[in-house]
Design a protein around this ligand. Sequence first.
Ligand code: ADP
Length: 356
Amino acid sequence: NRCHLECSKRRRLYNEVIELKGNIRVFCRCRPLNDEEIAKGSTSVVDFYSAKENELKIKGSNSSEKRFKFDHIFRPEDNQEAVFAQTSPLVVSVLDGFNMCIFVYGQTGTGKTFTMEGTAENRGVNYRTLEELFTVSDKRSDIMRFQLYVSMLEVYNEKIKDLLVEDSNQPAKKLEIKQSAEGTQEVPGLSQVPVYKTDEVWELLKSGSRVRSVGSTNANELSSRSHCLLRVTVLGENLVNGLRTRSHLWLIDLAGSERLGKIQVEGERLKESQFINKSLSALGDVISALASKTAHIPYRNSKLTHILQSSLGGDCNTIMFVQISPSSEDLGETICSLNFASRVRGIEHGPAHKQV
Ligand code: ADP
């Protein structure tokens, strides 16, 4: 029947793509030089000499250069549509029951929030993903019924905060990760909002971002030191054979990866920077353990990796955006971010197969 044909066609297509490239993609996005940098006379250190081959060169001082290769490279002039065009083919795999994670990694100010959240005029991956999921689920409505839910949480200093609360003036509930009877990681008590159409999603995502900044004197500063996780849960029911799927798509704006200068690091900032380093390096460790197919994957070394345990590795798809600044002043951080992303790119876990 048609349903069966469609499902097996899609499965074949995924398997071909996955076998060809593995199920992790690393995209690099470079923001434009900003007005302040231009006024100061900063120059770009990024040479997109071979962007078609997805390679770039970073020009260091004393005419040294380093080359990096990724699955896709976005130049400063590439817009949000261009970014989403590369992302959407994998995103819809969540409707077929695959789990997926999308991360943005990089120094503060390189455009992580711009890529994920975007602005009202230039909406980012989060909104576009939900829009795409609504469109594709509508197209499949004769054979599949889908229900989408959205949750939003923040991980700051290894504490989890629910961002979709009705009353943001109430003290944050303490949330913990628990393992369900099926062995998946759950966060009991986390709000889960059913969503039905695109119009309501933008406001919902905005309200989550507002709650994130409550109680902080400098919203930008706090957001650069915490991880923001948007979770889309998809429940699917095949109307022909009654099979049900439940899958999660995580869209994650990571804390800024910059190293703090020695002078700044004391007291509260020291604790924060240790937590950030711990969770970002735990993420790198988990991914490289998956790549080398080690028996023990150290998911539990941070809240971030522990929550994502069921959505990283196995038959899950992953996209990491490494965000960079073109400015000569950020050269050191840019190299660090590109090195981290290159390490992540080494991963290839087995081909994805999932019955729907
Ligand atoms: P981060 O989340 O990494 O700290 P932001 O997303 O806040 O960085 O970006 C810093 C500034 O740069 C913002 O004003 C944002 O609008 C701008 N920006 C980032 N990336 C781009 C881009 N690709 N095109 C235009 N402006 C950008």
